[in-house]
Design a protein around this ligand. Structure first.
Ligand SMILES: NC(=O)NC(NC(N)=O)C(=O)[O-]
Ligand SMILES: [Zn+2]
Ligand SMILES: [Zn+2]
Length: 463
């Protein structure tokens, strides 16, 4: 009998605090050994990772996969294939942009039915906090959501059974309830008052370009919403996670709140780091999102904060749509970027290759912290004995130009098409099985499973 089902040989393994050339021994989907020269019995399958980096597979805490009902925007199969190709091995699906939204247990079941057997990598699910569903939160927590998401501004979308933003009462009372459940509330923090007023004014004045749109969602809108939510968090004891923070100003406020002892984390996304408002003006609605991508100065500030360890989590906010909704008038186009396949490559390429930001810090934000924050650690999130063998093998000594044909999304648009990527994911392993190879693509059979909030950590969510 072999000691290992697979040994990944001689990769530069990205650990919590260092990068070391090691062999990784894998058995039954778990990492069972890390060592300089693992002595394998004959016929042990070996993957040669010499000259390559082996990172923990990305744990992408922010993707919108649109099923049930809107699978023609993006589905579990195509979305998860793009993630596998991008070095992501676990993702957390957002509770909106599918119908019904995941705001009650029956909707969670519909979401799970859509995902089952379709996902190429493991997944967890967010529940939603919306006006009128406070009574549903406990049921959703018991059913296994890893946390709740709420919008402080209008999320867009059309129809009857859609996800709505919270009013202040819903937010406050929801936070009281979520505090009792011991889970995290993730917030899209933009002031609806500010952005809707500025948006209406711009439309009335005929201001319709990309930079006009960006001006309707200013830093003040983000800062106001962050401050209000932090006030409520202080009063309710609810743990908060701010998704897709786009300004250094908001990061500074969140850093102060942490120093005061609030249990709060902050995320940004690759597009706020890799793109500027000038790029948005050039690329057009394909690069439209909210909060918007800001000036080059903002962008550099975010990099400096990232290098200083001020961000906890990097996530994609992959919010895809049919290409037809990303064309035409900027103000009318869908707000949301398709980018999940490029997240790890952008962070490693722009962060490590171009700026020299250490890989362990990047891996912490891409994998360890999201896994920890959302109850998936110690199974997910790092390369350690006992963890799932979820790995991204990355070549940092190569570059390539991303083509639309490389994209595995349902709709092949992305603001990064035509961009030079400064590294490349060579292979992705999920629970020890290779799910992606640069040469042959994604393995045809989806083998991803649902992962729930882990009770193995700290005595569980109530602990
Ligand atoms: N309805 C959405 O998917 N919205 C998303 N859109 C963005 N970010 O532009 C989001 O997460 O806010
Ligand atoms: Zn959002
Ligand atoms: Zn989102």
């Amino acid at each position: 009998m072999n000691a290992w089902d697979l040994v990944i040989r001689k990769g530069n393994v990205v650990l919590r605090d260092r990068v070391e050339q090691l062999d990784i021994g894998i058995r039954d989907g778990k990492i069972t050994a890390l060592g300089e020269h693992l002595i394998c019995p004959e016929h042990t399958p070996v993957f040669d990772a010499e000259h390559l980096h082996v990172m923990p597979g990305m744990v992408d805490a922010h993707v919108h996969f649109n099923e049930p009902a809107l699978g023609h925007w993006e589905g579990f199969r195509t979305g998860s294939a793009s993630l596998a190709a991008g070095g992501c091995t676990t993702y957390i699906d957002m509770p909106l942009n599918g119908v019904p939204p995941t705001v009650r247990v029956s909707a969670l079941e519909a979401k799970l039915a859509a995902a089952r057997g379709e996902s190429h990598v493991d997944y967890a699910l967010w529940g939603g906090l919306v006006p009128g569903n406070r009574e549903e939160l406990r049921g959703l927590a018991d059913a296994g959501v890893i946390g709740f998401k709420a919008f402080m501004s209008n999320p867009g979308g059309e129809g009857e059974d859609i996800f709505r933003e919270v009013d202040d009462t819903t937010l406050f009372e929801g936070m009281q309830e979520i505090a009792k459940l011991g889970l995290v509330l993730a917030l899209h923090a933009e002031s609806e008052d500010i952005v809707s007023k500025l948006g209406d004014e711009a439309r009335q004045a005929g201001r319709s370009g990309a930079l006009d749109f960006i001006a309707t969602r200013p830093v003040e809108a983000e800062v106001e919403a962050v401050r209000r939510a932090l006030t409520y968090a202080e009063q309710t004891g609810c743990k908060l996670h701010f998704v897709h923070i786009s300004s250094g100003e908001a990061v500074d406020i969140i850093t102060e709140a942490k120093a005061k002892g609030l249990d709060v984390t902050v995320e940004t996304c690759p597009h706020y780091l890799a793109l500027t408002s000038e790029d948005v003006a050039r690329i057009g609605p394909v690069a439209k999102c909210a909060p918007p991508i800001r000036s080059a100065q903002h962008n550099e500030r975010l990099w400096a904060l990232l290098a200083a360890g001020r961000f906890d989590i990097i996530a994609s906010d992959h919010s895809p749509s049919p290409t037809s909704m990303k064309e035409g008038a900027f103000f009318d186009a869908w707000g949301g970027i398709s980018g999940a396949q490029s997240s790890l490559e952008l962070l490693v390429g722009e962060g490590y290759v171009r700026r020299g930001i250490p890989l362990p810090l990047l891996a912490k934000m891409l994998a360890l912290e999201p896994a920890r924050r959302f109850g998936l650690h110690p199974r997910k999130g790092e390369i350690a004995v006992g963890a799932d063998a979820d790995l991204a093998v990355v070549n940092v000594g190569t570059s390539y130009t991303l083509q639309a044909g490389d994209l595995l999304y349902r709709h092949k648009h992305s603001p990064y098409v035509g961009r030079e990527m400064l590294c490349r994911v060579q292979a992705t392993f999920m629970r020890g099985k290779q799910v992606y190879d640069e040469g042959t693509g994604v393995t045809p059979e989806p083998g991803g499973d649902w992962v729930q909030y882990s009770t193995a950590i700290g005595g569980g969510r109530h602990g």
